[in-house]
Design a protein around this ligand. Sequence first.
Ligand SMILES: [Zn+2]
Length: 374
Amino acid sequence: MVKLISVSFTVLVLTISAVKAQIPIVIANYPPINTVPDVKSAQVQAWLKELDLSGAPAIAPLTAPAGSPPACAANNACTWTCDNCPADDVTTCAVPNTWGLTFDDGPSTATPKLLDFLKTQKLAATFFLIGSNVIQHPDTVKRELAEGHHLASHTWSHSALTTLTNEQIVAEMKWTEKAVMDATGLRLKYMRPPYGDINNRVRFVLKKMGYIAVDWTGDEFDTNDWRIGTNNFTQAAAVSTFTKSLDAYVAGPNKATSGFYCLEHDVSDKTVTAALELVPLGVKRSINFASVSGCQSDAQPYQLGGTAPIPPADPVVGAGGTKPVGAGSSGSGTGNSPSGSNGPTVIKNSGASHLTAAGVFSAVAVAAAGALFA
Ligand SMILES: [Zn+2]
């Protein structure tokens, strides 16, 4: 296990092909923000025509107050949060001694501060993006990509998916997918259900669209950053609780066999400020960090991702650079096939899941752990 991070300066250059040209984001061209998109729209109807949902489990949508997951019912159909039933969701980072670094609910005005911090720490994370926020902050999404982070979906309106119809789930996912594709040219592949609210019907619909669900590794890895400032809950309390979780992980048997996914958010100054104190707790304990793509050894962490090598002439951005993703090279594919080369470049160094000392790349995600740790 220990030797997996002993490779020094193995530089990996991976490519993720953009599969579709970027489109300027015009908010009026998307559904109303923070609202479940209309399934009767021509766009959603077109998406539905491409999907065969006829085999979906006959599980009725549950009910819940707005902004909340539904209460647990007697038969939840393998609901992760109620039945501790993950089915085949990803729940642990596959790399031992590794913190699967994820941030949900962004992008927000607080996200750039987090990106600045992650850059100084040379860490890559997965951002589970809310589509409604993507169209409001597309440049932040592009920056995330350009600085080596991995993009994933957190639905359009952050509604509890078990409360939605199959068609509404499609609308939530596809509009978010479109927003990110318009901004970056990439089609998302991983998602995290809001509130961790997922059952077998939701899973069926997600899989039909090619999505892999990623939960977090149990309650002890919920940093509770979202509670800070409510009911007298403080950042100090969140740090104290999470410190115990990390110490238990470091002292326990799981460290040798798998990593963990945490629950953190880049939704507000409070949660980002908390991250700036929480992440160093892992660094101090010699825990490595990786995005979901790094944790899952997925060198193609987007749908329709190509594998063609980057042309040597494709420039890699130096430290501090903010080259627009895919600039001068956006793929011309149809959205149905990889478009060859010209995707962002990924460069990955050795140890942990840190980016190279150069710091900033026109990059996507992390390298395949197998190659990285060989
Ligand atoms: Zn969320």
